[in-house]
Design a protein. Sequence first.
Length: 296
Amino acid sequence: MDKARDDRFRALTYLTEDRLTLYARDYGGTEDTNRLPVICLPGLTRNSRDFHGLALLLSTDPTTPRRVITLDYRGRGHSDWDADKANYTLGVETRDVITACEHFGIDGAIFIGTSRGGLILHLLAQMRSDLIAGAILNDIGPKIEAEGLKRIRDYLNSAAPPRDWPEAVAFLKACHGRYFPALDERDWQEMAAAIYRDIDGRLVADFDPAIAAQLQTIDFDQPLPDLWSYYDGLAAKPLMVIRGEHSDLLSNRTTAEMAARQPLLQVLEAPGQGHAPLLHLEPVLSRIAQFLARSA
């Protein structure tokens, strides 16, 4: 169902297997059928707005415009929250991505997965590898660093709602500024607009709090599970990994192991950025465009 439209994207919805209504943005439309579409998968508590800058640039490229679809998982953004909080899992969310592809008539795409979105791509490679024509992993791999995940846990579960947009920007700078020296004031404002939503004059983090609460149940005294067996399937596809220069979630050691297992893996470091890099900034944008061009 087409809920709304502005001059940059169509706002769409679709139903999951368990009848939740999920939201997506469609940039470029179905007319760009001569090129593979791009499907963007956000991070743990993030949403389709994270990819707005990138999606605009890719969908309006003067020589090679491409259809771009960005998704809100269940419990994020404009999608329904799940009454059964146990459904906020990688497996369920991967099935939702498959449902989205079926709904939008996509039988093959280039996927860009940021953080949790990249973990979903590991599972998608096992469940429906035929959908993946190529993949870009944004600051994520089959092994997550515990210290980085602890920082995300503490940030998500300790933040009080900001009173206004300047306070939201100031809070994000205080939390993440040392990891993102490359960002300018507009970048921080866009980050705030992606993370928070104004509901009746009150800024709220745009996700179900139960998602962040899950991180508090992790036993960090035990090794975190890895997805190396899933990665080996994903690495059979054209693959690129972007690592933030100051990332504390994806280590150089893990990136090196990923490259050792797949010598054709394209690796890019995003200078002046941490977890997870903004993709519409250079030199990341140009490298993504090159990867897409080679993937048809």
